[in-house]
Design a protein around this ligand. Structure first.
Ligand code: MF3
Ligand code: CO
Length: 270
C-alpha cells in the first residue's frame, strides 16, 4: 500500500454537508436493519439485494455500489468464509450461516457506507464470539475518534479486540475517508501504533471497518474479481460505520436516527 508515502487529500465537510451524509447514512442503516430482518433460512442473497435496492430508493438516495468499478449489485453479501465484496447470488441461506452485509447510499452527492454481520437463526458459539468481537472492535475504534487523535490510535484499539481472542485481522482491506466519494483519503487500517499516523481534524469523515477471521488473516480473491474470502476457509465478520469528526467527538452517521447528538461516548468494554 502506498497510502503513507503519497500526498493525502483529505476533504473537510461543512455542517450542511454532514447533514447530507447523515441522510445517506440513515438510509444505509435502514437497509441493514431491513436486510437483517429478511435474512432467514431459505432466502437468497439476490432477494436481499432487491430488498436493499427498494429501501435505498425509498430513502430518496441512490445506491453507491451499483456500477462502482463495474460492481453488479446494490449491496455486498458475504456469507461465512467470505470477508467482503461478495456479490449477491442465488445462494439460499441456511440456519447457522453468518452473513456480512455492506451497503452504501448517496444523498445529494454525499455518501454513507456501513456493514453488519449477523447469524441466520442460531450459529455456533465461536461464530457468535467472532461477530460480537468484531462489533466491539468497531465501537472501540469509534471511541478513539476526535480532533487531534491519530489513525494509529484507532487501528490499535481495533486490533487489540481481535488479539484478545487470537482472531486474524485482515490487512489488505482497510477503512477510508468518505464524503463526495465513497473512498477518499485517508486509508484507515485495522491495526496500528498509538500516537502515529494521520491526525484527525473537525470536518473529516471516515469509515472504520474491522474484518476479523476465526483463523488466519490471509485473504483470497475469487476468480470473479470481487469476492474476498479467507485463505484458510475460516469464518469472517465485518462491521462498518461512517463517522464524522466534530467538536464534540465522533458522530456516527450510519444510525437509524442520526442527529448531531448521536455521540458515541461508551468505549467498548466500558
Ligand atoms: N463499502 C465497501 C468498502 O468500503 C465498498 C464496496 S464497493 C463495491 O470496501 F463495489 F464492492 F460494492
Ligand atoms: Co467502506
Amino acid at each position: 500500500m502506498s497510502g503513507e508515502a503519497r500526498h493525502q487529500l483529505i476533504t473537510i465537510k461543512s455542517r450542511r454537508e454532514f447533514e447530507k451524509m447523515a441522510v445517506a447514512g440513515r438510509t444505509v442503516a435502514t437497509v441493514l436493519k431491513t436486510v437483517k430482518q429478511a435474512g432467514v433460512p431459505g432466502v437468497t442473497l439476490k432477494e436481499l439485494d432487491a430488498i436493499a435496492a427498494e429501501v435505498i430508493r425509498a430513502g430518496g438516495c441512490t445506491p453507491s455500489f451499483l456500477g462502482y468499478h463495474g460492481y453488479p449489485a446494490n449491496i455486498c453479501t458475504s456469507p461465512n468464509s467470505v470477508i467482503v465484496h461478495g456479490i449477491p447470488s442465488d445462494y439460499r441461506l441456511v440456519e447457522g450461516d453468518i452473513l456480512s452485509v455492506d451497503a452504501g447510499a448517496i444523498f445529494e452527492g454525499f455518501h454513507g457506507d456501513a456493514a453488519i454481520t449477523f447469524p441466520i437463526g442460531e450459529t455456533s458459539p465461536e461464530a457468535q464470539l467472532l461477530i460480537d468481537t468484531t462489533e466491539r472492535a468497531l465501537a472501540a475504534g469509534i471511541a478513539q475518534v476526535k480532533a487531534g487523535a491519530r489513525l494509529g490510535d484507532i487501528g490499535h484499539a481495533v486490533e487489540s479486540e481481535a488479539n484478545v481472542h487470537g482472531f486474524g485481522v485482515v490487512r489488505e482491506y482497510v477503512g477510508h475517508g468518505i464524503g463526495r466519494q465513497m473512498h477518499e483519503d485517508p486509508q484507515v487500517p485495522n491495526y496500528g501504533k498509538p500516537g502515529t499516523g494521520t491526525k484527525l481534524k473537525k470536518g473529516m469523515a471516515i469509515c472504520i471497518e474491522p474484518m476479523f477471521n476465526l483463523g488466519g488473516h490471509e485473504t483470497f480473491v475469487d476468480p470473479d474479481g470481487w469476492t474476498v474470502a479467507t485463505a484458510d476457509g475460516s469464518l469472517s465478520a465485518h462491521f462498518e460505520h461512517t463517522i464524522a469528526v466534530t467538536d464534540k467527538g465522533p458522530r456516527v452517521m450510519t444510525l437509524l436516527e442520526a442527529t448531531e447528538d448521536d455521540l458515541v461516548v461508551t468505549p467498548a468494554g466500558g
